[in-house]
Design a protein around this ligand. Structure first.
Ligand SMILES: C[S@@+](CC[C@H](N)C(=O)[O-])C[C@H]1O[C@@H](n2cnc3c(N)ncnc32)[C@H](O)[C@@H]1O
Ligand SMILES: [Zn+2]
Length: 268
């Protein structure tokens, strides 16, 4: 069993209801839905960090409709190929738990900085454990996990390397250059593509495998089109004109292009 650590003093927490406690009497309530908020104010950079309730609901409705099922399937395949004996998996930036809920391991932990996301994850999946925490300071001991995932979320290589066992796997899933190009062409009519490094070198890791998955999908309602927008970082960047143009779209044929990078934790 992985024993989470107090985010304030780093000592192990007792994990019993109604509150988790460390030997220094720092105490964290277990919420009714079963998750625990381990994000101290000092690690919070805003009042409600991470995805908002509206974004979480949009992502849940979009993912539950199955449009990204090929991504979940590829994730399962790659874990079966590269980390078949994983007993412990951490999903860092787990959102509302769609991907973690489809994986199989003795211990599954999800962390997200958004309380709304974690609440939604805990409601979806009773057999996994969810924490409000930042991926920048994971409340877990060194060498705790066999596998860490970051699905369209941030990568904190040093922290992921710390909590992984030697030989453990870090699965990084990123949006490719042409991911959602139909959506982008509507909201940014004169888009200047920024080239980003899709296979970054990460300290402490060896890139074992890279693969790009592409597939088409069709959204048939304006509501689903808005759900898609709300799942993406474009929501933060969209202009008034872009939002107005998208509000008129009730059918969108688009294409997902998703990069899977499988990294192996080097020996310490
Ligand atoms: C684009 S969403 C992806 C969610 C989920 N992995 C998925 O693919 O459905 C990114 C997630 O990262 C979370 N996040 C942002 N900053 C974070 C941090 N410092 N630590 C943990 N999670 C964070 C957000 O709240 C959001 O749920
Ligand atoms: Zn403590």
């Amino acid at each position: 069993m992985i024993n989470p650590l107090c985010p304030i003093c780093g000592k192990p927490l007792t994990t019993e209801k109604p509150a988790w406690e460390c030997e220094n009497n720092h105490s964290f309530d277990v919420a009714r839905q079963g998750y625990v908020n381990l994000l101290p104010v000092t690690q919070k950079h805003s009042l409600h960090p991470g995805d908002t309730a509206a974004m979480v609901t949009a992502r849940r409705d979009f993912l539950n409709a199955g449009y990204y099922a090929p991504i979940a399937q590829k994730l399962c395949e790659l874990i079966a190929a590269f980390a078949p004996l994983s007993e412990s998996i951490l999903d860092a930036g787990c959102g509302e738990g769609y991907y973690l809920s489809q994986l199989d391991a003795k211990e599954r932990w999800g962390v997200d900085i958004s309380k709304d996301a974690v609440r939604s994850s805990a409601a979806r999946e009773k057999d996994a454990r969810f924490l409000v925490a930042t991926a920048a300071h994971l409340p877990f001991p060194d060498s705790a996990f066999d596998c860490v995932l970051s699905m369209f979320a941030l990568t904190v290589a040093a922290e992921f390397a710390r909590v992984l066992k030697d030989g453990g796997i870090f699965m990084q899933v990123l949006a490719g250059e042409r991911h959602l190009s139909a959506l982008k062409s509507i909201i940014y009519p004169t888009l200047l593509e920024k080239q980003k490094d899709l296979h970054p070198a990460l300290d402490g890791f060896t890139l074992l495998h890279e693969e790009t998955l592409a597939f088409g999908f069709i959204l048939e309602t304006q509501e689903m089109v808005q759900n898609l927008l709300y799942m993406t970082p474009h929501l933060w960047r969209i202009s008034k004109e872009g939002a107005d143009a998208l509000a008129k779209v009730s059918r969108l044929s688009d294409r997902a292009e998703v990069v899977f990078n499988v990294y192996g934790r080097q020996k310490r």
